[in-house]
Design a binder for this molecule. Sequence first.
Ligand SMILES: [Zn+2]
Length: 484
Amino acid sequence: MASSLNELNPKLLWKHFAKILTIPHCSGNEKPLGDYVLSVAASLGLPGKRDKVGNVLVSKPATAGREGAVGAILQGHLDMVCEKNSDKVHDFSKDPIQAEIKGEWVYAKGTTLGADNGIGLAAALAVMEDKTLVHGPLEFLFTVDEETGLTGANKIQKGFLSGRMLLNLDSEDEGTFTIGCAGGADSTLILPLDRKKTASKNLYKLHVHGLRGGHSGLDINQGRGNAIKLLARMLGQAQTAAKFEVISVEGGSKHNAIPREAVAVLACPPVQVRLMTTAFKKAFDKIQVEFKAVEPGAAYSLEPAPGKDFALTQDCQRTLIAFLNALPHGVIAMHPEIAGLTETSTNLAIVKTGKAAFEVLCSTRSSVASALEATRGVIISVCALAGARADLKDGYPGWMPNLDSALLKKLKELYVKTFGKEAEVVAVHAGLECGIIGEKFPGMDMISFGPTMKNPHSPEEHVHAGSVEKFWTFLTAAIDGLSS
Ligand SMILES: [Zn+2]
């Protein structure tokens, strides 16, 4: 069994990966790694260039007899997510990542490993260097800042690339081809508030908590509860049974997370407290039964609270509660041809109450641009009914799965030829660089694949050494097969 990276195969790929581990490359600090890529290219006599944001492109001419083939681009991102365990002493701006082999897997000691996307980069560098491979004209595209904002892909200039098919090397399951992703866009909604002095000084805090949350794209099809929606539902049902006044509603923390907690501050006269308490309990009991399987930890509390004594007017309160109940959340549509893939969804992500305005953030995703627009249209319509204003931020484009892609067909055949079994074809309900590159370079045929890795973006990140070898075998077969 291997005890150090240089004992692993393919040697050339692991040599470059070992070097990458010694070069700091957290998101936003990709320059040193870009320099390394350009120095490798220069040492091989290959032309390289860098654009204004720091994306790097290297070209390698076709091998003899393949000059007329369609150009292929191998693409990965230079940056890594830098996370460490709290007890680990490590300075990501200068300390090398320490790799550790445990059985069939490669880990880092107490930090992220950066196999995402370091293995993809190392494979591209190995293809650059390896003189035994057969291929058409190749380009190697290394983008900056994928992890925090897809900035590099977003800022690529027209004309930076010449190839017409792109192999993205940033996937996490060997034997799987990714052929689509979701686009996304956030909308901020502002509902003006009217306030009056509370009729009662008796204040309460209604808190919904214990929910699982999760990623607003990848986990949205799990049917988990959204704390804001559940709280709004409880308020809506209770306001017909008891008299209380809403002072504020707060919930959620990130645009890409399903809200796990939400809180309403209420004023309720002593004579109404029993009615209100019973109404909340009744509403929550139903929620608990409904969500028993997916949200076993769901809970709420109702406790006396200190607070301000200006509540919403009754009209405004009814509008606010109706607004939250009407705004969409969750899966809007599943993909008609790819089983299990969410096509369109929206996350009612964050709500905040100010003195004179209530603010809502909705984060919408779809692999189909028109469906994304239509879902935002629903949100705008709800705003129109409630008298709220919608501020629509520009989003990022999706990558609509093309089951008829020539690249996909060819790579499926090559996979069967190489390994004697079919590759799995999937799409993801989250943003990928391919969505943006595809929009900037219309007609680009794209696919994404990579070795098997687990827990990327955390100190538990690890990559399967055997799958790296298979990834390499397939990548080299692909550049040969695509040019023949
Ligand atoms: Zn990645």
